[in-house]
Write a protein that binds this ligand. Structure first.
Ligand code: FAD
Ligand code: NAD
Length: 484
């Protein structure tokens, strides 16, 4: 192993591995140091996303959704099924196979692109020197011309609910249950709480979600949050808003252990008992051991690595990308930052457009949005028009017996430029890409309305909502809505 590189990336999650592959594609001699070890004690690439996040959670969401459809919806379609049930250990094993395939794929991409993969910890010193400590080995010094830091994030712990065996777990533990807890508690009705709460609820857990805030999903458009809350409650998720957890106690013994959770709401103090408790109260940047005192990299007041709009830190030729820097903690945001930085090092001039980062919550129906919400625009005093189209009036959604939700397009009242698009519905995660592309090209709602969409598709909901912003959707009686 030669010890000088054009680029050293610390962290092999989505942000880091995209940066490393792109840097190598651009002809730079690149190494990626990654310390993640999987549950079989093997070094793995792909970070949180591939190993404990996006991919395993979606494997369980998709499997549990199929089970739920077979149990509760097939009969409506004229399909008779008998004795459909979950094989949870098999479901978990299949999830692990998907993960293994993808993490192995990243290793193959590194090899194919000529990225040197270094298994162990990285530490940044001054002047782009990097200490590399292989697993179980001694630190050795490497020299880089440029360093990209991508160490990611870890779950937030809260003092009232410390992790305990496999009874009180974070999102990682919640992907590994091999039996269905009869009574499941979830702290936090955020993205993880809703996704993993949905998985185990569909598999049969009586699921209670305790959320400290009074408002449900305040980051989403308020119409979407309101409708989603109603739908999730109907699905059996017992979501309690304004419920702040103040303590937990493990009780019982052996197989009869359970967790007593104390929480406060407007009616006072309550105690609820659960067989398992998932703590999903947010994630924090992970920087332990990353920076030597002379690194020259600064943190912001919330512990994120401080960077400018182009992901440059305060140290020359040192960049930081992904969950460890400001902005939403989303894999695709980190990926685009990683690619931008690699290309900038190579002398290109790309930028990340933070105005068009899509957000998705993979419940069923899915929730997806890009741009501003109606409540944000109102608070900003903007003059806008809203077009809304419900899937109950969409032929494909009705044919599929999957017609909860709607599309909402918000456009500037004067210029008609699209300011935000919000989707609650089946395949919202796919539909939102149309809105992201439209906004990237500064499209107006009229532009979207003038485009031909295949029939019958869910995408026609997007088309009709865009037409609705001008008051002439075809498949609904238009009630022009305008806000300020
Ligand atoms: P990470 O993926 O955390 O990777 C960082 C890597 O750096 C790790 O391998 C770590 O071991 C390594 N590392 C850290 N410090 C060092 C060091 N000093 N030396 C060497 N290596 C180091 N996002 C989405 O966009 N869509 C989703 O559907 C989605 N679902 C999620 C579901 C769950 C349950 C969770 C927990 C997260 C989910 N996320 C999702 C968020 C997503 O996983 C993160 O945004 C993403 O993984 C961040 O990428 P990253 O590369 O910045 O960091
Ligand atoms: P989150 O910020 O989405 O939600 C945490 C929730 O916990 C908040 O609603 C908060 O009010 C609540 N909370 C905090 N303390 C509490 C307490 N003591 N009692 C009750 N409620 C409390 O965080 P998360 O769900 O842990 O997810 C972390 C991050 O991971 C997300 O912000 C997202 O960036 C990423 N993620 C993304 C996806 C996706 O893109 N589909 C999926 C999972 C995770």
């Amino acid at each position: 192993m030669s010890d000088t590189y054009d680029v050293i990336v610390i962290g092999g999650g989505p942000a880091g591995y995209h940066a490393a592959i792109r840097a190598a594609q651009l002809g730079m001699k690149t190494a990626c140091i990654n310390k993640m070890i999987n549950k079989h004690d093997q070094p793995v690439l792909g970070g949180t996303c591939l190993n404990w996040g996006c991919i395993p959670s979606k494997a369980l969401l998709d499997a549990s959704h199929k089970l739920h459809e077979a149990q509760h919806q097939f009969a409506d379609l004229g399909i008779k099924v008998s004795s459909v049930s979950a094989d949870v250990p098999k479901m978990i094993a299949r999830k692990d196979e998907v993960v293994a395939g993808l993490t192995g794929g990243v290793a193959a991409l590194f090899k194919g692109n000529g990225v040197t993969s270094l298994e162990g910890s990285g530490r940044l010193y001054g002047n782009c020197q990097v200490g590399f400590t292989p697993h179980g080995g001694e630190e050795q010094m490497l020299q880089a011309t440029n360093v990209i830091l991508a160490p990611g994030s870890v779950p937030v712990d809260i003092p009232p609910a410390p992790m305990t065996d496999d009874l009180i777990v974070d999102s990682t533990g919640a992907l590994e249950f091999t039996t269905v807890p009869k009574r499941l508690g979830v702290i936090g009705a955020g993205v993880i709480g809703l996704e993993l709460g949905s998985v185990w609820n569909r598999l049969g857990s009586e699921t209670v979600v305790l959320e400290a805030m009074d408002e449900f999903l305040p980051m989403a458009d308020s119409r979407v949050s309101r409708d989603a809350l109603r739908i999730f409650k109907k699905q059996g998720l017992d979501i309690r808003l304004g419920a702040r957890v103040t303590g937990t106690e493990v009780k019982g013994s052996g197989k009869k252990k359970f967790v007593a959770v104390t929480f406060q709401d407007k009616d006072g103090e309550h105690v609820a008992e659960f067989d398992r408790l998932i703590v999903a109260v947010g994630r924090r940047p992970y920087t332990e051991g990353l920076l030597a005192p002379d690194s020259g990299v600064n943190l912001d007041e919330r512990g994120f690595l401080y960077v400018n709009d182009l992901c440059a830190t305060d140290a020359p030729n040192v960049y930081a990308v992904g969950d460890v820097v400001r902005g939403p903690m989303l894999a695709h945001k980190g990926m685009e930052e990683g690619i931008m930085v690699a290309e900038r090092i190579a002398g290109h001039k790309p930028m990340v457009n933070y105005e068009t980062v899509p957000s998705v919550i993979y419940t069923h129906p899915e929730i997806a949005w890009v741009g501003k919400t109606e409540q944000q625009l109102k608070a900003d005093g903007e003059d806008f028009r809203v077009g809304m189209f419900p899937f109950v009036a969409n032929g494909r959604a009705l044919a599929a017996n999957d017609n909860d939700g709607m599309v909402k397009v918000i456009a500037d009242a004067k210029t008609d430029r699209i300011l935000g698009v919000h989707v609650l519905g089946a395949q919202a995660s796919e539909l939102i890409a149309q809105a992201v592309i439209s906004m990237e090209f500064s499209a107006s709602a009229e532009d979207l309305g003038l485009i031909m969409f295949a029939h019958p598709t869910l995408s026609e909901g997007m088309h009709e909502a865009a037409l609705g912003a001008a008051g002439h959707a075809i498949h609904m009686i238009n009630k022009p809505s305008r806000g300020k």
